[in-house]
Design a protein around this ligand. Structure first.
Ligand code: AR6
Length: 511
């Protein structure tokens, strides 16, 4: 560990920021699919209730809302509503589960019938039929699966409100109960969201992920099976005992007038803590960064298995963002607030493995969300890594990081630390030193401390800490760092960025 001790940075924010009471929020950009409550005391035993107003027609079938499989407008080629049939097929699967006769082929046939086409489900089959013990298989096929059918069968009462899509350029959020999320994810398990599957996707969804789990079931590398273990473990947990909290998915677009003019900034450098001992998801009381794809979730439902995919797999409630969010633009990010963690894991990428159950005891805020804020921010993928030093690329990454680090509310309660690390430096080929300086600039300008989790890279934390002290001792500003990046780009890059910084004192930077 290096820099300012973690306790000194994080202790101020061990308790979640107190939000304006839900019932006082009167902003059409905030959608609540549960009845908002008045905040009185922390965590009385409260069950979030769906906000069903029977007098309004909630069946909105348009390109601004999630097309729900229960909609009366979801019709077959013969003009017949599809939902009653889905209910019938799932009820008969449920009967088989309850009578302990359900087989994997019944599950497959149900999904295929609901979708009127054949599915490759090799990975799911291998997990359930070959890898699971008899006990695990029976538990899944007879108990968990039956309750997952219930989650879908009750979707039209649990999730009856229109769900606005979080589209490019909007600052919208959706707050829903963990139970509603579980119902939506059960639908994704049975691949029930219309028009979203890649094979039959409508043009209106070309900028969206496919939230249905179909691609995860297809034949593929062993880590897909490990991801499936985590996701089925989530379903086992929530069907055993439904968590009674709340989650928010919030899209944020930084308006143009707030774009920083980096070279002019006189802000000093923020506090910095560096660690190799902790992973981002283990740093509490901080905004945890998801090293995202502009299509949120990246390859989580495919073969991908790096930081973002692993995070979504151990915290599957995050998968609901694939249903809701259009791809991110350069001045946009997506916050995933309150999602719980259900699994622990070992390994990474090809060696990733589900380890065991994880009990998440993170305290909840006054909306009953786990005090866990994650921000999805997508770096540039550099096919040719030398492109990243061009100021156009630097400016883009600075804007993305600043957008993502900008506090969501006013006051020091919202300026909790940022927990990040080698953002953009794995699958996306970034230079760790450059990205470290970019994130330091963005966190400083957002007036928030930075916690850098270097994922075992001791050399990086030592060199970053020395360069940080060197800059801090000379009173370097964010604008000064920008000048270093301009000058570094103009020079043929023989030295590393950190080495280069040591060759020019801050006072002679702008000469
Ligand atoms: N905590 C701290 N650092 C980590 C962790 C962790 N839990 N996991 C990995 N690292 P990468 P990218 C470090 O490749 O380059 C996905 O498919 C580790 O050093 O996930 O931004 C997305 O969907 C690793 O090499 O992020 C995007 O498509 C480095 O962080 C794409 O990858 C970068 O992790 C984003 O790629």
């Amino acid at each position: 560990q290096k820099g300012i001790p973690l306790d000194t940075i994080a202790s101020k924010w061990m308790q979640p920021p107190i939000m304006k009471s839900m019932d006082e929020i009167n902003d059409k950009n905030f959608t609540f699919t549960i009845k908002p409550w008045k905040y009185d005391s922390p965590r009385p035993n409260r069950e979030p209730k769906p906000d069903n107003d029977e007098n309004t027609d909630n069946d909105l079938w348009d390109d601004d809302h999630v097309r729900m499989p229960w909609s009366r407008f979801y019709i077959s080629s013969k003009g017949k509503p599809i939902w009653p049939n889905i209910c019938q097929w799932l009820s008969s699967l449920k009967d088989k589960c309850d009578n302990q006769v359900a087989k994997f082929k019944d599950l497959k046939a149900t999904i295929e019938t609901c979708n009127v086409r054949d599915f490759d489900m090799k990975c799911l089959e291998e997990l359930i039929m070959k890898i699971y013990s008899n006990e695990d298989r029976n538990y899944f096929m007879y108990i968990t699966l039956s309750k997952m059918c219930d989650l879908v069968l009750t979707l039209n009462s649990i999730c009856s409100q229109p769900l606005p899509l979080l589209r490019i350029g909007t600052n919208r959020s959706i707050t829903m109960s963990q139970q509603q999320v579980a119902s939506l994810l059960a639908c994704a398990f049975f691949c029930l969201f219309p028009y979203r599957s890649y094979q039959i996707r409508k043009k209106e969804y070309e900028n969206y992920q496919d939230p249905n789990f179909e691609t995860l079931y297809q034949k593929g590398p062993p880590q897909k099976i490990e991801k499936l273990k985590c996701i089925l473990h989530y379903f086992r947990r929530v069907t055993q005992k439904m968590p009674n909290g709340v989650v928010t998915i919030q899209r944020f677009a930084l308006p143009k007038h707030r774009f920083p003019q980096w070279s002019d900034l006189t802000t000093g450098l923020c506090d910095l803590h560096l660690t190799t001992g902790k992973r981002i998801e283990d740093i509490n009381g901080a905004l945890q960064v998801d090293f995202a794809n502009k299509y949120i979730g990246g390859g989580v439902l495919g073969g991908g298995c790096v930081q973002e995919e692993i995070r979504f797999t151990i915290c599957p409630e995050m998968l609901v963002s694939l249903l809701l969010c259009e791809k991110m633009e350069i001045n946009e990010c997506i916050f995933l607030i309150g999602c719980e963690r259900y699994s622990s894991y070992r390994g990474y990428a090809k060696s990733f493995q589900f380890d065991e159950d994880y009990e998440d005891n993170t305290p909840r805020d006054n909306w009953d969300r786990r005090w866990c804020h994650v921000v999805a921010m997508d770096a540039i993928y550099f096919r040719n890594p030398s492109d990243q030093y061009q100021m156009k690329a630097v400016d883009r990454e600075l804007l993305k990081a600043y957008t993502s680090f900008s506090p969501l509310g006013k006051g020091s309660d919202y300026e909790f630390a940022i927990a990040t690390g080698n953002w953009g430096c794995g699958a996306f080929n970034g230079d760790k030193q450059l990205k470290a300086i970019i994130q330091l600039m963005a966190a400083s300008e957002a007036r928030r401390p930075l916690i850098y989790a270097a994922y075992g890279d001791k050399n990086l934390i030592t060199s970053f800490s020395v360069v940080y002290d060197y800059l801090k001792n000379q009173g370097a500003t964010v604008g000064d760092l920008y000048y270093y990046l301009i000058r570094y780009y103009r020079k043929p890059h023989r030295d590393s960025l950190f080495e280069y910084i040591f060759t020019i004192p801050v006072s002679s930077l702008r000469c």
